[in-house]
Design a protein around this ligand. Structure first.
Ligand code: LLP
Length: 418
């Protein structure tokens, strides 16, 4: 049986469950993840990478719920952590430390020490960090994040290559080698991540080419892996063309076969996607609270107000991101209402979806905001002193609460009240 996330008749289903029934059981707003979709994404990517020595590291900044991490652990993935706290959670969940790559930015000495205690692989992002690392762990193993000088992404704010704060710039690589020699460090990895939400194969292959060329020219004796980063995009809009994952797999496989041959031994290929693995596996269910119509002469604007907002999903406000909105129980009702779907936060930028055609909506109707499995909950906040939603995971005909809804007590837990 094949369930996944789909519309049947007028209803949105997630696995074996009608979205409306999940709402009856768990309330709104509610993040719902479909484990089957996550597994399918992972298997598709893994199968496309035919090069023998491959490690897929799940980039857990996209979604760091423990149950999501466990899915990847069971699938045999490694972990990409961008804070020591993500790395610590990975260790607690049971990822072997040597399958966790810690790629921090502006990392303090304390954080580096914690990473060393955890035994994870440290991927340094600057010359200063490399010096700090060398002092703390002379003769140790280290990976180097380089900034190849070019970047791409779905939005300027999601570009990390080029003139950005990330990585060791190409013209600093010789200095990095000098520091590594000074502290007798073994450079075991070369890494780059140029941006997020990439729907073309070419920029990712280009990163891989730059890194493998660099590895060949530096001829690093201890090199174990080359990490080409994440950034694999997913279609959000109805017309978006999905990334050609099979094509990417063939390109990377050919390149790494050639590279290993030229290098004289097998070097592992690491990829570290977040969004691609979990983005389309998540739905945010929200309730319509209010429908407001602004009318002035020929100008008419309809606002469909919901019980969620930019505090729970910041992507539309921060990047003008598009998320499909499906009326969960009126999916095939004729769409004649042109409206903005808005949140309950006191900011006029709190718009979830602009100018969408929807069916007539009433208070109590459920809307599903689609493709929010990545950078949804993980970027949520308590802005306006509002609690965060609950999260549930569906797997076929099973559903499990994987994070309870926050309460007022949670909101004031760290405040000094006397
Ligand atoms: N590796 C590193 C070092 C990263 O910085 C990132 C994402 C990834 C891997 C995973 O990227 P992905 O495969 O998920 O594209 N909040 C933005 C995305 C920012 C991503 C930052 N770094 C969004 O909602 O679109």
């Amino acid at each position: 049986m094949f369930w996944m996330i789909r519309v049947e008749g007028s209803y949105l289903y997630i696995g074996g469950f009608k979205a409306e029934d999940l709402v009856l059981k768990f309330g709104t707003p509610l993040y719902v993840y479909d484990k089957e979709v996550i597994i399918e994404n992972y298997v598709r990517l893994r199968n496309s990478l035919k090069y023998g020595d491959v490690e897929v590291l799940y980039s857990c900044k996209a979604n760091s719920n423990v149950e999501v991490l466990k899915v990847f652990k069971e699938l045999g993935a490694g972990l990409d952590a961008v804070s020591v706290w993500e790395a610590l959670l990975g260790v607690k969940v049971g990822f072997p430390p040597d399958k966790i790559l810690f790629t921090g930015n502006n990392v303090t000495e304390e954080e580096l020490k914690l990473a060393l205690d955890l035994g994870v692989i440290v991927n340094v992002d600057s010359i200063q960090q490399l010096v700090r690392y060398g002092r703390l762990n002379p003769e140790g193993e280290v990976s180097i994040r380089v900034n190849p000088g070019v970047g791409v992404g779905h939005h300027q704010k999601a570009v990390t290559g080029g003139v950005t704060k990330f990585g060791i710039y190409l013209n600093q690589v010789n200095e990095a080698l000098r520091v590594a020699r000074e502290y007798r460090l073994k450079i075991v990895g070369l890494h780059a991540h140029i941006g997020s939400g990439i729907l073309d194969v070419e920029p990712i292959l280009n990163v891989a080419k730059t890194l493998t060329k660099l590895a060949l020219s530096l001829n690093l004796p201890d090199l174990k892996f080359v990490d080409v980063g994440g950034g694999l995009g997913i279609p959000y809009r109805p017309g978006d063309k999905p990334l050609d994952v099979e094509g990417l797999g063939v390109g990377l496989t050919d390149l790494f076969n050639e590279f290993s041959h030229a290098y004289g031994r097998r070097v592992k290929l690491f990829v570290e996607p977040g969004r691609y693995l979990v983005g389309n596996a998540g739905v945010l269910l929200t309730k319509v609270v209010d429908v407001k119509v602004f009318e002035d002469g020929s100008l008419k604007k309809v606002f469909v107000g919901t019980d969620t907002g930019m505090n729970h999903l910041i992507r539309p406000a921060l990047y003008d991101s598009y998320h499909e909105v499906i009326p969960a129980s009126k999916a095939n009702v004729e769409r004649k209402l042109l409206a903005d779907v808005v949140g309950n936060i006191c900011e006029s930028g709190d718009v979830i979806a602009r100018d969408r055609l929807l069916p007539e909506l009433r208070e109590g109707d459920i809307l599903a905001i689609m493709d929010v499995g990545a950078y949804g909950y993980s970027m949520s906040s308590n802005y306006n002193l509002r609690p965060r939603p609950a999260e549930v995971m569906v797997y076929r005909d099973e559903v499990k609460l994987i994070r309870r809804r926050e309460t007022f007590e949670d909101l004031i837990r760290h405040m000094i009240l006397d």
